[in-house]
Structure formats: structure tokens, C-alpha cells
Design a protein around this ligand. Structure first.
Ligand SMILES: [Zn+2]
Length: 477
């Protein structure tokens, strides 16, 4: 849900990576993560303990587990779930493909065979320093420990992450989904913020302990520590620096306004646990997670970032996709469309949808002319062919056309009833399309055939039809 920075770095490599993934080492998946951090600001040192629950979802037995950690963080001890020490090795190495990025690479022997389908727990203790990778070329990864601001996140390898130091495994990191429990102890005057829900906060004379539980399973842990101000409305929160209180109001207003409109249109969410916007200083880059956005200070005021908020909040009404390799049309196409529709409704940006749709059409046409093989792959197969990027662009166009054909009232009814009927159990793309056809007042068989199941729609795009011409085309057909 996530044009995640880390993931974005990898997208150009995806096709290359797949070429050698078949004979690469098998990795277990992370299914639960417990992280316990203590920070000593006097020495700027981090002390961490974690318990990672792993599951072997491959078809091969697994004996060793590889771990990546920031180069100045070293592992002190590794144990299994019965607290029996496990042998491990660690060494500083470069990530293959990005030679200037060094990590501490740890290999743990499980001391047993983890058969396919089996799970196990690994406990690690580690400590050391964090200085980020901005000097090495990852300019925005300024993760570090400092009294005024501390940031620990996936991109800086500030906590143990399963993977080998190569590009393929960087991709795998962003494909994990797990629940987490984060426990951070800091000096009293500091506030710890994560994308999770604060479930406990205790204070002694000198220290405060913050405990967070994930609101939704995620692939990343982000921990920001500063003297944050908190702006709260209902379940939604904005964490901001004093100098940006005006920006914080704008951000909260965008968050609340779209949340209210979506709720009115698509019905109330079941068990909504709130969304957090977390400010980070200038140059740290913005990032998205399923229940939070990290927003860098220079973007606090930008309308582009408000679009990001409209996009992310729209995802709350998505139903978990049950396809093996989801094409993400009904999630990303929908959220992309909603972000521009909200720009029209909330920012008086009158033609936001049609202008964005036209931009997307031009982009898709150029890309598909360059890579002709893409022209023969229907949207439903974008997951299989690693083309989900086009579910954002082409998917947005299809949603805009769909909205134009059936009108707002039926569109809202379709999203609302689909969420209501399926959010607890999940649904496939086919179920979503069937649902649209069932509720819509007109026959949509050929429309969805054109765009989802065949490449007839893509032929129209490559043939040069504009967004307005496509709208006309469906009025006539
Ligand atoms: Zn998204």
C-alpha cells in the first residue's frame, strides 16, 4: 500500500532479480516480531533484543537463517525459543548490487531442520551505533541516535531483518507481513512514536517506557523519538515539531476531511484504529506504511503530500485480496483514483481526475510502445508478470472510466457493499469484478472484458485514444 522508499529503490532491479531467484537460497518468512530497545543518549548507543517468529513457507528444509543489521550494530547472543544458545557468525559485507552499502551479515544455525510448514522463534541481542547511509549514497537514510531526534527504521537496518545481502532479498523484505510488539525505553522528556498503537506508557523517575502493538500486519518497523507535539482527532494522530504547527493543522485537516467523506460514501470502517502522520526533519524523505505516513518537514505543506494522505486513507476500504499473486488493480487503481477525486472535492482542483488520467494514459502508452510484450498482458495478470506498477496508472484510468459510466451513487454503493460483505474474509479480483457487475445498473460485461480480462482496452490506449475519447467510446458502446 506503499510506494515505499525502500521498495522504490528496488523496482528497477525487479526483473533482473527474478532471473536468478530460482536457484538462490530459501528464506523463511517473518510472521511475528517483538523488539525491545533501550537507548543510552550519553554514548548514543542502542541496545536491542528481539524475538523473530519465522515460518518456512518454501518447499525446502531450512537449516540456517541469514540476518542483516546496520554495519555498526553487532550481535551479542542468539538463542532459540527454549533459551538455548545458537551458533552464529557475523561479518561486515556489502550488499551485492550496491557495493557502497555495508551491513553486518549474520548467519544463524538453527541447530535443527525447519521443515516446510514449520515455524520457530529466534531471540537476538544486539548493540552498537547507528549513523545511516547518507554518506554512502542513500541520501535520505539519515537514521541515527541523537537527543533532539532519533530515527530507527528498516531502510537503515536498525533492527535485525531476515535476508542475504543481495538485491533479491531487499525485495523480499518489502513482501513480508507480520504483527509486531515494540517496547522502547528512553529518558523521561522524550516521546516515542511508531505506526503501531500505543498500548502502554510507564514512567519511572528517569525513564519512560512505550509499548506499541501493530494495528495491522506490516513489513516494516519505524521508530521515531523526539519531543513531538501530538494533534489528535478521534483515532487519527499527527506527530509534529513545534515549528510546523500550521502544517500539522493542514495535514490533520486533509486526513479528517477525506476520512469523513469516505465514511459518508463507503460506510463506517469496522474496527478502525486510526492513522498516524509522523513528521521527520527535512531530507529524511516521506514513506508510507499501512497505518502511518512518515512525512518529512519540507513536505508538510505540499498539496502533493495531501494526495498521498487521500490515497492511503482510501486503502482502509480495501478488502484483503485472496489471489496468489494479486494484480492490485482493485486496491492501487482505486486508491489512485480516489486521491484525485478528493483533490477535486477538497482542494477545488476541478479537473484533477481527467488530467491525471490523461497523464497516466500517456505514460502507459509510451511504456507499452517501448516494451511491446506488455501490450499482450491483461491487467488481471499484472501480479504474475511483475507489472503491478501499471495497476496504479492504468488501473486509475479504468476506475475513472468506471466511475464516469455508472455515476457516483452506484460507485459508492459498490465500494460500500463490497467492503461490508467481504472485509472480514477477503476476496479475489474476480469476486470484486462480479460484485461490480451485479450492483451496476448497466451491463458491464464488455467493459471489464476490455480492461481486466483481455487487452482490448490496452489496444485503445496504444492506438492513441485520449481519456475524453475513451469516455465517449463507452457512452456509445
Ligand atoms: Zn497505495
Amino acid at each position: 500500500m506503499i510506494a515505499k522508499k525502500l521498495l522504490m529503490l528496488f523496482i528497477p532491479f525487479t526483473l533482473v532479480s527474478f532471473a536468478f531467484s530460482s536457484d538462490a537460497d530459501q528464506l523463511p518468512n517473518t510472521i511475528d516480531y517483538k523488539l525491545d530497545l533501550r537507548i543510552d543518549y550519553a554514548t548514543k548507543k542502542l541496545f536491542g533484543k528481539c524475538e523473530i517468529t519465522i515460518l518456512n513457507e518454501t518447499n525446502q528444509p531450512i537449516k540456517n537463517v541469514p540476518i542483516l543489521l546496520y554495519r555498526l550494530l553487532s550481535v551479542k547472543n542468539v538463542a532459540n525459543e527454549n533459551n538455548v544458545s545458537l551458533p552464529f557468525s557475523q561479518s561486515i559485507t556489502s550488499i551485492s548490487g550496491w557495493e557502497q552499502i555495508q551491513v553486518n551479515f549474520i548467519e544463524i544455525s538453527l541447530g535443527k531442520i525447519l521443515s516446510p510448514g514449520e515455524q520457530s522463534k529466534i531471540n537476538l541481542e544486539y548493540e552498537g551505533y547507528l549513523f545511516g547511509y547518507s554518506a554512502e549514497g542513500w541520501r535520505y537514510v539519515k537514521d541515527h541516535i541523537d537527543k533532539s531526534f532519533t530515527l530507527i527504521r528498516t531502510d537503515g537496518f536498525g533492527y535485525p531483518i531476515i535476508g542475504y545481502p543481495n538485491e533479491r532479498d531487499m525485495m523480499k523484505i518489502a513482501q513480508q507481513q507480520y504483527d509486531y510488539l515494540i517496547n522502547v525505553t528512553v529518558p523521561n522528556e522524550m516521546i516515542v512514536v511508531t505506526a503501531g498503537k500505543l498500548i502502554e506508557q510507564t514512567k519511572t523517575d528517569n525513564e519512560s517506557k512505550f509499548v506499541f502493538h501493530s494495528k495491522e500486519p506490516s513489513w516494516r518497523l519505524d521508530i521515531a523519538i523526539s519531543d513531538y507535539n501530538i494533534f489528535e482527532k478521534g483515532e487519527n494522530k499527527v506527530y509534529y515539531f513545534t515549528s510546523d504547527s500550521l502544517g500539522a493543522q493542514k495535514v490533520m485537516s486533509a486526513l479528517q476531511s477525506c476520512f469523513e467523506i469516505y465514511t459518508e460514501w463507503f460506510g463506517p470502517l469496522d474496527n478502525y484504529q486510526g492513522f498516524s502522520i509522523i513528521e521527520v526533519p527535512e531530507g529524511y524523505s516521506s514513506q508510507k506504511d499501512i497505518t502511518a505516513i512518515i512525512l518529512s518537514a519540507e513536505n508538510f505543506d505540499e498539496s502533493r503530500e495531501m494526495h498521498t494522505i487521500y490515497h492511503e486513507i482510501a486503502h482502509s476500504w480495501n478488502v484483503t485480496n485472496l489471489d496468489v499473486q494479486p494484480c492490485r488493480f482493485e486496491s492501487e487503481g482505486f486508491a489512485q483514483f480516489m486521491q484525485f477525486l478528493m483533490a477535486e472535492k477538497l482542494d477545488n482542483n476541478e479537473n484533477a481526475v481527467s488530467e491525471a488520467a490523461q497523464r497516466n494514459l500517456d505514460r502507459v502508452r509510451n511504456a507499452f510502445k517501448e516494451k511491446e510484450e506488455c501490450q499482450s498482458i491483461p491487467i488481471k495478470d499484472y501480479g504474475v508478470h511483475d507489472m503491478t506498477d501499471f495497476s496504479y496508472t492504468l488501473g486509475m484510468v479504468v476506475f475513472a472510466l468506471f466511475y464516469d459510466i455508472i455515476g457516483q451513487e452506484y460507485f459508492n454503493e459498490i465500494i460500500k457493499s463490497f467492503y461490508k460483505e467481504n472485509h472480514l474474509k477477503g476476496a479475489t479480483l474476480n469476486e470484486f469484478i462480479h460484485h461490480c457487475k451485479r450492483i451496476a445498473p448497466i451491463d458491464l460485461e464488455s467493459f471489464f472484458d476490455d480492461w481486466i480480462y483481455t487487452t482490448r482496452g490496452i489496444k485503445l490506449v496504444v492506438g492513441g485514444k485520449t481519456f475524453n475519447e475513451l469516455k465517449e467510446y463507452y457512452k456509445d458502446n
